[in-house]
Design a protein around this ligand. Structure first.
Ligand code: NAP
Length: 319
């Protein structure tokens, strides 16, 4: 029997989402997984008005151009640096993301990495498990409380990181592209000037072409031999070659990294360094936050198909 054409909207799933999001979406939409070889040959390409993608996968120009009916790109994440906004604008495609609901967890991760790095929590765990403790105490570690924390990028997550560090009696400084209202936090004119002042540099700036290597060799070296770097933004925002060189030579004391230039196959030199704490891009990866992110993706899809205002637009369609 020939298949009966469905009148339900078709939504292209570019990246996998948890079943708790897929199940309610399947009740409303025809979900089509993007074939592993891309959109070419996708039978329904001309009927797909919306796609869902992750921050890491985004949507490039080739994908956008291959979907002539596309009007919405819903990103399951706050970072939309992998979405080709120029191609989306050319085709008058709206873009949404999932801001705010993940801010707290990502900021928590910045604190967790800082504490793990400074207090050598991962080394301590291995030390205790191995039985080495019986032969003497573990080497002393460094403090977080009372130190100077510099935040590169004082957006939603950067501000939440600052609020958390304030509870550790730290002095807080920041560099931000655009001016921020006056506060007790000290503004610096460049990331390098911030790093020269700070003991701990936390990177929370958006990814994308403009911020590639924003934390460069000069900034890393300015941090000094006792300095720590924590990155929860994107792997691209730090010059990774310069970072690895500084970690290998001892030009800085250590790094706590949730993001890498190439993920998940990150630079193997990180694995050999004892002065790093590595996290596999877990910033927003809690059950509660992923559920809230999924709900926001679904709310954006529902609003789009109902012709209503998008709850969290990055770019609206010109009507
Ligand atoms: P946000 O509120 O939009 O803040 C973005 C920050 O980046 C602001 O400080 C903004 O400066 C700055 N920025 C944007 N474009 C810039 C440019 N071209 N040059 C210099 N600075 C620029 O975003 P958010 O919610 O805080 O998220 C920040 C980033 O965290 C995301 O973009 C994402 O990459 C990352 N993230 C990581 C995880 C994880 O799991 N590790 C999870 C979520 C998000 P202005 O104030 O001047 O606009």
């Amino acid at each position: 029997m020939p298949a009966v054409p469905s009148s339900r909207p078709k939504v292209l799933m570019v990246s996998p989402m948890p079943e708790w999001d897929i199940a309610p979406m399947r009740e409303v939409y025809d979900l089509i997984d993007l074939p592993s070889d891309g959109p070419v040959g996708l039978d329904a390409a001309g009927e797909i008005a919306a796609l869902v993608t992750s921050g890491g996968r985004g949507a490039d120009a080739a994908l956008i151009e291959a979907l002539p009916a596309l009007e919405l790109i819903a990103v399951y994440g706050v970072g939309y640096d992998k979405v080709d906004l120029v191609a989306a604008a050319r085709r008058n495609v709206a873009v949404t993301n999932t801001p705010d609901v993940l801010t707290a967890d990502v900021a928590d991760m910045a604190l967790a990495l800082t504490l793990a790095l400074a207090r050598r929590i991962v080394d301590g765990d291995a030390f205790a498990r191995s039985g080495a403790w019986r032969n003497g105490a573990m080497p002393l570690t460094g403090s977080v409380s009372g130190r100077k924390v510099g935040i590169v990028g004082l957006g939603r997550i950067g501000e939440a990181i600052g609020r958390r560090f304030a509870g550790f009696d730290t002095e807080i400084g920041y560099w931000n592209r655009s001016p921020k209202p006056p506060s007790a936090w000290r503004a610096f004119p460049t990331p390098a000037a911030l790093a020269a002042w700070a003991d701990i540099l936390v990177v929370a700036v958006a990814g994308g072409g403009d911020t590639i290597g924003l934390v460069d060799a000069e900034t890393i070296e300015a941090l000094g031999r006792d300095g720590l770097i924590v990155n929860i933004s994107r792997g691209t925002t730090i010059d990774e070659e310069a970072l690895i060189a500084a970690l290998e030579s001892g030009a800085i004391a250590g790094a706590g990294l949730d993001v890498f230039r190439s993920e998940p196959a990150f630079d193997p030199r990180f694995r050999r360094l004892s002065n790093v704490v590595l996290s596999p891009h877990q910033g927003s990866a809690t059950m509660a936050t992923r559920q809230a992110m999924g709900a926001l993706v679904r709310a954006n899809l529902a609003a789009y198909f109902a012709g209503k205002d998008l709850p969290t637009p990055v770019v609206r369609r010109a009507l």
